[in-house]
Write a protein that binds this ligand. Structure first.
Ligand code: R5P
Length: 293
């Protein structure tokens, strides 16, 4: 029976208290719709506005690279320590437990293997399938300066249109070709183009000089890829410097899953990202975890 008396007698309007409005602490994201923000909150911790994305999508063009030969054995145990997993739909359906309830960023472009010209990608996932998989974002590789630059930019803008239709964030992944210089000038160009053309957030590489200008000139959140495996202290230092200079997180693969102690490494990276833990301290934390068995 309807509570008509309760409705008539209700009086708890808290007239002296303005309605609370809790925005996501993510730059450039305030105008997005609720569904898109909700998906972003499955990628970025809503308290820190930062993320540790565990990237394991390398097989989409590299095949079973070192550390990813058996994702069920090497990666699934790391899932509790990541904010988000970045992978392909093939790995998601075949290998990731459906009980994983954090955000998934789905690799949505592909085509050429490492044997061919990498910039010749196409969109490789229909938005309908991304929604069916209940993912938090789709990711597209953008090859600024690459041979098929325009095609890859068009892949991105098509996904952005489809994403906007359904409230799906799009991560623009700036891909640096073999011939290109990895400097702040190039990264400013590539990241800014992704943001201007509609990406919800952008992945780039850290550069030693003037990374803060790359982050500042990009009006949406930036995360850094880890790149090739380096000694753990160097990778933690890179993550720390990127965060201190304006990155909203890391999308790290090889420096985690190729580490001597992947579980220890991802937990150390997590503290650098979310707690601003200085690199030396984070490295000691890594060593402690590594030696605790
Ligand atoms: C490239 O293969 C993918 O987009 C990776 O997700 C990205 O490069 C991050 O992985 P890593 O830290 O190994 O560079």
């Amino acid at each position: 029976m309807a509570d008509t008396d309760g409705n008539i007698d209700s009086h708890d309007y808290y007239l002296d208290t303005p309605q609370t409005d809790t925005p996501l602490p993510l730059k450039g994201c305030n105008s997005l719709d609720w569904g898109m923000k909700n998906r972003l909150a499955n990628i970025f911790d809503p308290k820190t506005g930062r993320t540790v994305m565990l990237a394991v999508d390398h097989g989409y063009f590299m095949g079973p690279t070192t550390g990813l030969e058996r994702i069920d054995i090497t990666i699934n145990p790391l899932l509790p320590y990541a904010n988000t997993l970045m992978c392909t739909r093939g790995i998601l359906r075949s290998t990731i437990p459906p009980g994983f309830n954090k955000g998934v960023v789905l690799r949505a472009s592909g085509g050429p293997s490492i044997l061919k010209e990498l910039s010749d990608e196409r969109i490789a996932v229909d938005m309908e399938d991304a929604i069916r998989l209940n993912v938090a974002a789709v990711a597209v590789q953008v090859f600024i300066g690459g041979e098929f630059e325009t095609q890859s930019v068009h892949n991105m803008t098509s996904l952005v249109d489809a994403g906007n239709r359904y409230g799906m964030p799009v991560l623009g992944v700036t891909a640096v070709g073999k011939q290109m210089v990895r400097d702040a000038k190039y990264m400013r160009l590539a990241t800014r183009m992704c943001a201007e053309l509609g990406c919800t957030y952008v992945k780039t590489y850290y550069v030693e000089k003037d990374f803060d200008t790359v982050a500042a000139a990009c009006p949406v959140p930036i995360v850094i890829a880890g790149g090739k495996k380096q000694p753990e202290l160097d990778a933690l230092t890179m993550a720390y410097n990127a965060i201190q200079q304006g990155a909203a997180g890391v999308d790290m693969g090889r420096n985690i899953f190729q580490s001597d102690a992947p579980a220890a490494m991802i937990q150390a990276v997590f503290r650098v990202v979310h707690e601003n833990m200085p690199p030396k301290e984070a490295f000691e934390y890594y060593e402690t975890l590594k030696n605790t068995k």
